[in-house]
Design a protein around this ligand. Structure first.
Ligand code: NDP
Length: 569
């Protein structure tokens, strides 16, 4: 039970985005939130959930998992942030750095340091930070040096020597080809691979102020929704330097608000079909926006400490690093807004659903009956996006968040490729309505359902296992130990093949495309590209896991032989 607090109470309060508790004074208390003034030099005022505020007496007495225990373990706990400011050249408010240090009296004592950072350090090196942390924790000189060195070593990103995506040449070609292909697909969604009636389109025809306003407005709208203090705040995986970042997961709420806004716009007869009329201009805007963002990210990453870089984007080659992304977790607004996490699931993914619905609205306005096949595919895709946002925190353990830097590959992928290319089937089905019997439509539905059950079942099983391997609900599953300490599932979905979730995803991709028929090739781009993407992704994951688990990974591969399709591949 959280404590009751009254104005003027002396308390301990948790410094935002850290695990450190400091002296503070209550200035306001309302409905589960307490506003406190920290005793630092700036007299920082923060409003915190009441679980992060504890009465001083209770704090000192409490036992396991309570702030009191944390305090007893670390001499830094009871200090005011002001003390920390002294040890640090930049104010704590900006770097928000904290430590948890345990030292034993034995000569070969081990120290564990946990550093929470709300903002990527741009001016401080990991070494300076580590020293400050050790100083702030008041450890002995020997331990101090040990902690500092350990942190520096762990955080260091070496030069990227193993280049994927075909290295510099491959990434150069992809950098050029990807936007051209998105534009091309915009004009040929309703036909074959090539534009049959070639219309000359000048770049100036693609620049439209309304398109820029719609795209920019949508991005800002999603950013505002992402920053609303709604939804759970969860921790990401442990970073190389022992820290964990916090993420607010309110994507599902953002989807509901966006759908409600779309419904209201249709009801009030706002011209939502402008999205269809300006589609090429919107696509062009999305591409240009992604390129500008990628350039800004690349420039920003030049000022980052080595510790903030992604392991795969530090080759020293501008083309390769620009494509792969240099900085792992670029954040802005004082660390409160994670750009990669936001772009991965919000403007592009929800935008994809909105593009589908705009085209279906246009179809409804122009024809007496909409294309049922298009509506069915739009519903399948809404289902897929809603699921991704409902289980939003699951993205925190994916390769994109854990390994990949935020650069051109993800920016263009998230902000132009997904919303404008993934809507290919719905756009095709509106231009080329297909008539199917209810049996056939039911068949498509069942196929999508089977894919979804495999996809969701396997992803949830792995997530549950990673969260708590001893969960009684998973007691029936077999797992094997690894040299890295973590166990790997070898039964259930994960005993069938090494990527059952990819299999489910692929089945859904085919269920969305089959209604388009086989007359035209273009709608088939998505499942074919997706096969290539997931096979390559499985290969990349295999490389990561080999490094992580060493020979245990080989044993696991012996045990679970197939990569994506049992008995086939
Ligand atoms: P996974 O969710 O499969 O994650 C791979 C990680 O899972 C491994 O690195 C390993 O990490 C862990 N793992 C692997 N095998 C086991 C096991 N047997 N037991 C326990 N843990 C295991 O991959 P992705 O991050 O690539 O994909 C996530 C989802 O996103 C997938 O469903 C995919 O289909 C989907 N996706 C969709 C895309 C789209 O455009 N629609 C694009 C890309 C992905 P560790 O051991 O460290 O936990």
């Amino acid at each position: 039970m959280p404590d009751e607090h009254t104005v003027g109470d002396a308390v301990y309060a948790k410094w935002p985005q850290t695990n450190l508790w400091f002296h503070a004074t209550v200035v306001k208390s309302k409905k589960g939130y307490v506003t406190v003034r920290f005793n630092d030099e700036d007299a920082t005022v923060e409003t915190l959930p009441d679980k992060f505020v504890s009465a001083e007496g209770r704090f000192a007495r409490s036992g396991s998992k309570s702030p009191g225990r944390k305090r007893s373990r670390s001499r830094s706990r009871g200090r005011s942030p002001g003390r920390k400011v002294k040890a640090s050249p930049s104010p704590v408010k900006k770097t928000t750095t904290s430590t948890r240090t345990t030292t034993s009296t034995r000569s070969r004592s081990r120290s564990k340091t946990r550093v929470m950072r709300a903002e990527t350090p741009t001016r401080q090196s990991a070494r300076i930070q580590a020293k400050q942390i050790a100083e702030a924790s008041g450890t002995t000189t020997t331990t101090k040096t040990f902690v500092a060195e350990e942190l520096v070593q762990k955080s260091r990103v070496g030069k990227t020597t193993e280049k994927d995506f075909g290295g510099v040449i491959g990434t150069f070609v992809m950098t050029l080809v990807m936007p051209i292909f998105i534009m091309h697909a915009t004009f040929v969604a309703n036909s074959g691979w090539v534009i049959k009636e070639h219309k000359h389109i000048a770049v100036r025809d693609l620049v439209d102020r309304r398109a820029i306003a719609i795209y920019g407005g949508w991005f800002v709208f999603q950013a505002i929704l992402a920053m609303l203090p709604l939804g759970r705040v969860v921790e990401g995986v442990t970073l190389r330097n022992g820290t964990k970042l916090e993420y607010r997961c309110n994507g599902f709420i953002a989807l509901l608000v966006s759908l409600a806004a779309f419904g209201a716009a249709v009801k009030l007869k706002y011209p939502v079909t402008i999205v269809c009329d300006l589609f090429p201009q919107l696509v062009f805007t999305g591409i240009v926006f992604s390129i500008v963002l990628s350039v800004a990210l690349y420039i920003r990453a030049r000022g980052c400490s080595n510790a903030a870089l992604a392991t795969g984007g530090n080759s020293g080659n501008i083309i390769y690093d620009f494509f792969k992304g240099r900085e792992l977790n670029p954040r802005c607004f004082g660390g409160a807004f994670d750009l990669k996490f936001f772009c991965e699931l919000r403007p592009g993914l929800i935008g994809w659903v909105m593009v589908n619905f705009c085209f279906i609205s246009k179809d409804c306005l122009e024809n007496k009956y909409p294309s049922y096949a298009a509506v069915l595919v739009a519903v399948f895709q809404l289902w897929y996006v809603a699921d991704a946002l409902w289980f939003e925190e699951a993205i925190l353990t994916t390769m994109d968040i854990v390994h990949d830097g935020f650069g051109y590959m993800l920016a263009l992928g998230d902000l132009a490729w997904v919303p404008f290319l993934y809507s290919l089937q719905v756009r095709f089905l509106i231009d080329n309505p297909q008539t199917y019997s209810w049996y056939t439509l039911t068949g498509f539905f069942l196929m999508n359902l089977i894919g979804f059950l495999i996809f969701r079942g396997s992803n949830s099983q792995k997530d549950a296992f990673r969260k708590n391997p001893y969960d009684p609900a998973l007691a029936h599953l077999e797992s094997m130990p690894t040299s890295a300490g973590k166990r790997l599932l070898v039964s259930g979905w994960w005993g069938m093949c090494r990527h059952p979730n990819y299999l489910g995803d692929l089945i859904m991709a085919f269920a969305w495309t089959l209604p388009c028929g086989f007359k035209f090739a273009m709608p088939w781009f998505y499942p074919l590209y997706f096969v290539v993407l997931l096979v390559h992704r499985a290969y990349r994951d295999d490389l990561f896991c080999r490094k992580k688990y060493g020979t245990s990974w080989n044993n696991y591969r012996e045990r679970v032989k197939y990569q994506i399709i049992p008995y086939v591949y």
